[in-house]
Ligand binder design. Sequence first.
Ligand SMILES: NC(=O)c1ccc[n+]([C@@H]2O[C@H](COP(=O)([O-])OP(=O)(O)OC[C@H]3O[C@@H](n4cnc5c(N)ncnc54)[C@H](OP(=O)(O)O)[C@@H]3O)[C@@H](O)[C@H]2O)c1
Length: 324
Amino acid sequence: MKAIVQHRYGSADELALADIDRPAIGDDEVLIGGRAAGVDPSVWHIMEGKPYLIRAAGFGMRAPKTEVRGSDVAGVVEAVGAAVTRFTPGDEIFGMSAGSFAEFAVARPDRLALKPARLTFVEAAAMPTSGVTALQALRDRGSVKAGQRVLVIGAGGGVGSFAVQLAVDFGAHVTGVCGPAKTALVASLGAEEVIDYTRDEVDSKGARFDLIVDTAGNRPLSILRRALAPGGTLVLVGGEGGGALLGGISRNLKAGVVAPFVGQTLRGMLARGDSADLEYLAERAQAGAITPQVEQTFPLAHAADAVRRLADGHVAGKLVVTVP
Ligand SMILES: NC(=O)c1ccc[n+]([C@@H]2O[C@H](COP(=O)([O-])OP(=O)(O)OC[C@H]3O[C@@H](n4cnc5c(N)ncnc54)[C@H](OP(=O)(O)O)[C@@H]3O)[C@@H](O)[C@H]2O)c1
């Protein structure tokens, strides 16, 4: 099968289209005929092996342990292992699968859900990691409630574009932060107010947000806390530009030190693949409450260009690699 492989850490120049064997599945695994693969920052972090913490976390100290890149998938179930009962061949599914930049990929059933009929494979492939992250940030880490004032930083990006739509769907009043090229997009997702970060800072109108979901910009905690109401909650999802060793995690560590001494809740998060959350997203997408925003698609052979574009840091919504 055709796949995008990589044998040493480095830039997108290390990614190559190759012919490799179709992966084998275990008893509790699903073989997916890939139609589309979402592009997530985790793909280029693993590709580069940075921040270095990633290597120690099990992705390979000197070189990537797995040769095929990709993390999110949408496609058709080709075969299932003997212990798999939730899916059968022919099911249209989406979810998380390491190695999704390939004609065939393997996933655990608890990382998959049935694709909502309203979405194309391309749209569904854009949803797993970013949608699940946004949902867990708002609901599990942020305890979002109807009527709250929610600030989403990075509102025009992968996680942010889902966070805005989901927060609106939860009944919150949403303010989105983005660059000038994306203010119309963020308003169209349901944000009642849009802050263009080149003109205004998030704390310029005082401590007014009950919940801040921060996906971008690496603003200092002091600025974020000035925008957060007393008793409010800050959820640090990510943000590029941290140090080579820890990346954005260094800010989470600081939040952990400060949190016990302030009246606000400051927390980081690590999203986890979860079929119930994928099913929730599928249901809300089918109902029309959320729609994945896809800026551009790239054919499998040009997956490296998709990763380069994502690394630029200003994608509107998501990029998706299409599999022939
Ligand atoms: N904790 C977790 O479990 C988890 C899970 C998934 C992702 N992440 C991390 O979360 C971060 C976001 O991921 P993503 O997929 O949403 O990335 P993304 O698609 O690249 O989105 C980031 C967005 O931030 C915007 N941005 C850049 N500088 C900004 C600034 N100063 N202020 C506000 N917005 C700014 C960019 O657009 P404009 O500047 O053009 O507006 C871009 O759309 C990444 O660091 C990723 O690694 C963490």
